[in-house]
Design a protein around this ligand. Structure first.
Ligand SMILES: CCCCCCC/C=C/C(=O)SCCNC(=O)CCNC(=O)[C@H](O)C(C)(C)COP(=O)(O)OP(=O)(O)OC[C@H]1O[C@@H](n2cnc3c(N)ncnc32)[C@H](O)[C@@H]1OP(=O)(O)O
Ligand SMILES: NC(=O)C1=CN([C@@H]2O[C@H](COP(=O)(O)OP(=O)(O)OC[C@H]3O[C@@H](n4cnc5c(N)ncnc54)[C@H](OP(=O)(O)O)[C@@H]3O)[C@@H](O)[C@H]2O)C=CC1
Length: 295
C-alpha cells in the first residue's frame, strides 16, 4: 500500500456510480484507507453487493443509496439523508456516467439525452447539493470528477460523452475559482483505458469495434491502467495533502492520448535494425542533396 492505511480517517466520501467498475474500485480504495464511503447508483442490488463485498474486507465503511443523479430532487433528498444519517461529507467523486458508441448522425434525441444528462446534469446536481451544504456550514470540501482525455482531443462516435465531459471540465475550473474562498476544491482526473465490464460492453461490444481507444497496445506504456493507480491519484486529490490544488484535471493514461496518429508514436515498435535502415536511407537522400549544394 503506497499511502498509510488510515490516511483518510475522518473523511466521508460520496462516489456516484460506486456500485460497479471504477466507482466500486475507488470505493474500495478509499474505504481501505480509512474513509467512510457512500455509493450511489440506480440498482439497489448491485450497490448492496458492492458494499457487502468491500465491507467484508474493510469493516462497516460503505453505505449505499439508490439515486438517479439525473433527477435534481432525488439528488437533493439523498444528500439530505446523508447529512442526517451519517454527517457531513468531506468529498464527492462525480464518477457515474452513461455512454455508448454510435454514429452521431443516427443518435436519437433520447440517446443524446441519456448520456449528456447523466454526465453533465448529474455531476452538476451532485456538486451543487454538497457544495451548498459545505458553504452554509462553513465546511471544507473536495470534489473530484472522473473525466476522460476526450476533453482535450474530442472523440468521434462518442460525441455526447465528449461534450458532457468537457462541460464538467468547465464546471471544475469555474467552481474552483468561485468556491475557493469557502475552502472547497474542485479537481478532475482524465483516465485512459481502464477496462470495466459495463463500459467495455458499451464501447467495445463487437470485434469490429475494437479500436485504439480500448487497446493496451496503443498505450505507450504498453498496458492498461490499474485500479490502485487511479485510486492513489483520486485519494491524493480528496486528501488534505492536496489542499492547494484546485481547478486541475490530471491525466492518467500511460501517454495514450499523446500517442496520436498525427505523431510518430507508431515508431515505438521499430527495432534497432529498422532504425539503422531508416538512418541509411534518410542519410543517402541528404548526402545526395548535400552534393548538389552550391552555397
Ligand atoms: C480513451 C480511453 C478509452 C475509454 C474511455 C471511456 C470513457 C468513458 C466511458 C464511459 O463513460 S463508459 C460508461 C458505461 N456505462 C454506462 O453507460 C452505464 C449506464 N448506461 C445505461 O444506463 C444504458 O446503457 C444507457 C443506454 C446508456 C442509458 O440507459 P437509459 O435507460 O437511460 O436509456 P434507454 O431508454 O435504454 O435508451 C435511451 C435512448 O438511447 C438509445 N440507445 C441506447 N443504447 C443505444 C446504442 N447502443 N446505440 C444507439 N442508441 C442507443 C435508445 O434506443 C433510446 O433512444 P430511443 O430509441 O428511445 O430514441
Ligand atoms: N473505464 C474506462 O476506461 C474509463 C472510464 N472513465 C469514466 O469513469 C467513470 C466510471 O466508468 P466505468 O466504471 O468504466 O463504467 P461503469 O458503467 O461501470 O460505471 C458507471 C456507473 O454509473 C452509474 N450510473 C449510470 N447512470 C446513472 C444515473 N443516472 N444515476 C446514478 N448512477 C448512474 C451506473 O450504475 P447504474 O447503472 O446502476 O445506475 C454505474 O455504476 C465514468 O465517468 C467514465 O466515463 C473515463 C475514462 C476511461
Amino acid at each position: 500500500m503506497l499511502y498509510d492505511k488510515n490516511c483518510l480517517a475522518g473523511k466521508r466520501i460520496l462516489i456516484t456510480g460506486g456500485g460497479t467498475g471504477i466507482g466500486k474500485g475507488l470505493a474500495h480504495h478509499m474505504a481501505s484507507h480509512g474513509a467512510e464511503v457512500v455509493i450511489w447508483g440506480r440498482r439497489t442490488q448491485v450497490l448492496e453487493e458492492a458494499a457487502k463485498e468491500i465491507n467484508a474486507e474493510c469493516g462497516e465503511k460503505v453505505f449505499f443509496q439508490a439515486v438517479d443523479i439525473r433527477n435534481a430532487e432525488s439528488v437533493e433528498a439523498a444528500m439530505a439523508d446523508i447529512w442526517e444519517k451519517h454527517g457531513a461529507l468531506t468529498g464527492v467523486v462525480n464518477n457515474a456516467a452513461a455512454n455508448f458508441i454510435a454514429p452521431t448522425k443516427d443518435l436519437s434525441p433520447r440517446g443524446y439525452e441519456a448520456i449528456s444528462s447523466t454526465v453533465m446534469d448529474g455531476a452538476f446536481f451532485t456538486t451543487q447539493a454538497a457544495g451548498r451544504r459545505w458553504i452554509e456550514q462553513g465546511l471544507k470540501g473536495s470534489v473530484v470528477s472522473t473525466l476522460v482525455t476526450w476533453i482535450w482531443t474530442g472523440s468521434p462516435y462518442v460525441v455526447p460523452s465528449s461534450m458532457a465531459k468537457a462541460a464538467v471540465h468547465a464546471m471544475t475550473m469555474s467552481l474552483a475559482v468561485e468556491w475557493a474562498r469557502y475552502g472547497i476544491r474542485l479537481n478532475a482526473v482524465a483516465p485512459g483505458p481502464f477496462p470495466t465490464d459495463y463500459a467495455w460492453e458499451m464501447l467495445n461490444p463487437t470485434e469490429d469495434s475494437s479500436v485504439g481507444a480500448t487497446q493496451a497496445d496503443q498505450v505507450p506504456m504498453g498496458r492498461f491502467g490499474e485500479m490502485s493507480e487511479l485510486g492513489n491519484l483520486v485519494l491524493l486529490l480528496l486528501s488534505d495533502g492536496a489542499d492547494y490544488i484546485t481547478g486541475e484535471t490530471i491525466c492518467i493514461d500511460g501517454g495514450h492520448h499523446l500517442a496520436a496518429p498525427s505523431t510518430f508514436a507508431g515508431l515505438n515498435s521499430m527495432t534497432d535494425a529498422q532504425w539503422a535502415q531508416a538512418k541509411t536511407a534518410a542519410k543517402a537522400a541528404s548526402d545526395k542533396a548535400k552534393a548538389q549544394r552550391s552555397v
